[in-house]
Design a binder for this molecule. Structure first.
Ligand code: SF4
Length: 336
């Protein structure tokens, strides 16, 4: 491991403990931020968050939604909800290029996922090539059930940075919560691993929920040495938990572009309730400096929070990093 990588990983482990209450997110942060300059951007974001300022230092990562639908219906996933008629099933090539071309230079990684299975997009490999040509890393989140045949061969030829395999920890939970055969997924991933480019890395991505929390550690052991890193994220629900407070999500340095080009600062905003603009109409760089975004951030700081946030809650368990920590609102000073 290079010295810079070692230093960044150590720093992220300490930062993740401080911010998320667990060092487990350190690799996730490293996946998104590797340019030393962007460490400053992240630090500025967190400073603004702690000082309760309605602005951000910048964004370092994009989350794009190439497809707003999935071939699976996992019991805990918001992607199973019906998006038909709300936005296009496939992101158009023009919208995709607008998102990449208007992203600030600070964006160094692009995740292909949001609320759908990216391998359903017929031009997914072209998207990966385009992002790589712009000098950014690409992380593709996939359930890997479609990682077969020609699609697999084409994906293996791309310069993909990370294939993040979204699974349940074992065969039983895979059948129960995802309705899929984990052995079949494993075979697909093993075939991909034999053909992929030397720089591509494979990781696991697991959503922690009450039905699998005691099995997650075993998954990491079962997938070695094929996989070194396992990303664990908490299940997020919208059951009217009555949450208030300042959620850290918009200060984390990510921005989401949905299949229709609408932009949100939150990666669980399924129905695009927190939209701050549209890449087809303005640039991402302008959007994050616009008054609309500042007004939204101000609601996070002082309240009232948007309805979606008031209903948002995540599964909590020891060792599972909070996706977006929250803290009490700041009271507004009474006007004289
Ligand atoms: S409270 Fe929930 S919905 Fe709102 S920004 Fe945070 S994570 Fe997203």
């Amino acid at each position: 491991m290079r010295l810079t990588e070692r230093c960044l990983r150590l720093a992220y482990r300490a930062g993740a403990r401080l911010f998320y209450g667990s060092g487990a997110n350190a690799d996730w942060i490293y996946e998104k931020v590797q340019r030393p300059r962007n460490v400053g951007v992240l630090a500025l974001n967190f400073l603004y968050y702690y000082l309760r300022r309605p602005k951000i230092g910048g964004i370092v990562s994009l989350i794009l939604e190439p497809v707003s639908g999935c071939n699976l219906r996992c019991t805990y996933c918001r992607g199973k909800m019906d998006l038909e008629g709300r936005r296009p099933y496939l992101m158009s090539w023009e919208t995709f290029c607008r998102a990449i071309d208007t992203a600030p230079r600070s964006v160094e990684s692009v995740a292909l996922c949001a609320f759908g299975e990216p391998l359903l997009h017929p031009r997914i490999c072209d998207m990966i090539d385009y992002i790589r040509a712009s000098g950014r890393r690409v992380v593709l989140y996939s359930n890997c059930t479609l990682l077969t045949g020609e699609r697999l061969d084409q994906l293996a030829k791309t310069d993909l940075s990370v294939l993040s395999v979204s699974i349940e920890p074992d065969a039983e939970t895979s059948r129960k919560y995802r309705g899929v055969d984990l052995d079949e997924i494993r075979r697909n991933v093993e075939t991909f691993a034999r053909l992929m480019q030397p720089e591509t890395e494979i990781k696991l991505s697991i959503v922690a929920h009450p039905g699998n929390i005691d099995r997650i550690d075993k998954a990491a052991d079962a997938w070695r040495p094929l996989v070194e890193h396992v990303k664990v994220g908490a299940m997020v629900g919208f059951d009217g938990a009555g949450h208030t407070g300042q959620c850290a999500e918009p200060w984390r340095g990510n921005i989401v572009v949905f299949s229709n080009g609408k932009v949100s600062p939150c990666c669980v905003d399924l129905y695009a309730d927190l939209v701050i603009g549209d890449v087809n109409e303005s640039s991402l760089s302008d959007m994050i400096r616009a008054p609309e975004f500042a007004r939204l951030l101000d609601r996070f700081i002082h309240g009232p929070v948007p309805d979606l946030c008031a209903r948002c809650g995540e599964f909590a368990a020891p060792g599972v990093p909070a996706k977006a920590p929250r803290r009490p609102h700041r009271r507004r000073k009474a006007s004289p």
